[in-house]
Design a protein. Structure first.
Lengths: 220, 277
């Protein structure tokens, strides 16, 4: 069973329209890129599921898009605050790939900096819906960046082992072009460890729990 | 005893959490496999959680052949939650169960079409099918839950599980449409506690059946309140989603809780807590 620990906030930084929340690592294992953590959202009943963005020494860093009361509360945390963190959870990316290409869309770039570091900075393509959102590409120096209406699928993805995270339409489009791609999906989760059955998604015609079967799944 | 609420824990994916409870209650088993409802299935509310999972389960045949043997290997005291759509559905599953500690009859899932048979008819059919202890899980939505409790007691129930979730709806702030695909779901969490306490209180006055109290328990004070209202046992539900360590944390809190009432203190000792009376 992964650990659940109270971790102090080390700091937060604005990355374009997103917030990079840096926590002390404590005894929590950063896990494999693509795995996720449940972060206590102050004032809310349920924690929020976030994949690890960066694992600097002694720290865990998460990229947060303030889209609702839980993520807004996480973005408002200040140095010295403390929240419970539970993880790592789920299945991350398989790292034994020959020609990796990272593909990210919007807040879906969150797990890619840690993944890029682990795979020694492979080629990366990032797509955003606006120039302001695209400022977050600073987390992945050297990445090719496209902004809507240009899409990541307009770039050459073939002949690579694609590892992707982004909005559902993007992942479906990547799957059509790149069978065998590793795709990190997202679903609302209450627990993150298989207890609530809230994150069910259709996997090969069956509804399965994304938290225990995913979040990284191989495109059929 | 400290238990989990049915559908709030999977012992096979989180055996350590299940072992930190006194007994493990399974997710409801129905005669046939059920995929459950389409996503989105959960939505957070101000002080609660709405779910419309829809009794997703492998069906009794696969449960008995696959899940139950693996649950037995974990060495847990097992309560099996049984569901269905008519009295015969429930009774046939009960007849197939043996070597478990108790059966909880889910008579009140808000996320599927209800069985046409009354709670008492279902309990009577199950009573004829098994000698295992039968706990009837009731909804607080009934205008007179005490009367339902008396009826299931007369039909042969050995205990009550109080309460199931209540129907609710959350609106997505952006689309202004229901947040859940099924629109309506079952409300759980702290927001449900006063409703659950009222049901426990009413049923304690109406019957002498042992009661498993549940609904928004998050700490030792909540456990004390349920016991004070008449529960012998307490189950943890939504709190397990945010805090898998809740069973051990609550036991630690109970160890230092101050209770003057001797009956309450006596019951709390059965939770493995050194209560200061």
């Amino acid at each position: 069973m992964p650990r659940r620990e109270l971790l102090r906030v080390e700091g937060r930084e604005q990355v374009g329209l997103y917030t990079l929340l840096r926590l002390e690592r404590g005894g929590v294992d950063p896990g494999i890129p693509g795995q996720f953590f449940m972060l206590e959202a102050p004032g809310r009943l349920l924690p929020r599921a976030l994949s690890l963005c960066l694992a600097p020494p002694g720290e865990l860093a998460f990229l947060v898009d303030p889209v609702g009361p839980g993520t807004e509360a996480l973005c408002a945390l200040a140095k010295g605050d403390a929240i419970h963190v539970f993880g790592p959870l789920g299945n991350g990316f398989r790292l034994d790939v020959e020609r990796p290409l990272l593909v990210g869309g919007g807040i879906g770039i969150a797990p890619l900096p840690y993944l890029a570091e682990t795979l020694r900075f492979p080629p990366t393509v990032l797509g955003f819906r606006s120039a302001a959102h695209a400022e977050a590409a600073a987390l992945l120096p050297g990445a090719e960046v496209v902004v809507d209406p240009v899409l990541v699928t307009d770039c050459a993805l073939e002949r690579h082992d694609v590892l992707a995270c982004g909005p559902e339409p993007m992942l479906h489009a990547v799957a059509r072009i790149c069978p065998g791609a590793q795709l990190a999906w997202e679903a609302p989760m209450a627990c993150g460890y298989g207890a609530c059955y809230g994150c069910a998604v259709d996997i090969a015609g069956e509804l399965k729990r994304l938290c225990v079967e995913g979040p990284v799944l191989v495109a059929a | 005893m400290l238990l989990n609420a049915s559908g709030c824990l999977d012992a096979l994916t989180a055996p350590d959490v299940a072992r930190s409870l006194d007994a493990f209650v399974t997710k409801t088993i129905t005669p046939l496999p059920r995929e459950g409802n389409a996503p989105p299935r959960i939505a957070e509310t101000a002080h609660g959680l709405l779910n419309a999972i829809g009794l997703a389960n492998p069906g009794r045949e696969r449960f008995l052949a696959d899940a139950l043997p693996r649950l037995r290997e974990l060495g847990l005291r097992l309560w099996i939650s049984v569901g269905g759509f008519c009295a015969a559905d429930y009774a046939e599953t009960c007849a197939l169960l043996e070597g478990v500690e108790a059966i909880e009859l889910n008579l009140s899932c808000p996320n599927v079409d209800e069985a046409a048979d009354s709670a008492a008819e279902i309990v009577a059919a199950c009573r004829a099918a098994t000698e295992l202890p039968l706990y009837a899980k009731l909804s607080a939505a009934h205008p007179d839950v005490g009367a339902v409790a008396r009826a299931v007691e007369d039909a042969g129930a050995d205990g009550l599980s109080l309460v199931n979730t209540l129907r609710g709806l959350a609106v997505d702030p952006r689309t202004l449409r229901p947040a859940l695909a099924r629109a309506v779901g079952g409300l759980s969490g702290p927001t449900l506690k006063p409703v659950a306490l009222a049901a426990v209180y009413a049923c304690r006055a109406a019957t002498r059946l042992p009661i498993v109290g549940m609904g928004g328990v998050t700490n030792a004070r909540d456990v004390v309140e349920f016991v004070a209202c008449g529960a012998q046992h307490v189950a943890l539900g939504t709190v397990l989603f945010s805090d898998p360590d809740a069973p051990s944390r609550i036991r630690a809190e109970l160890a230092v809780v101050q209770v003057d009432d001797t009956r309450v203190a006596e019951t709390l000792r059965e939770f493995g807590a050194e209560v200061v009376a």
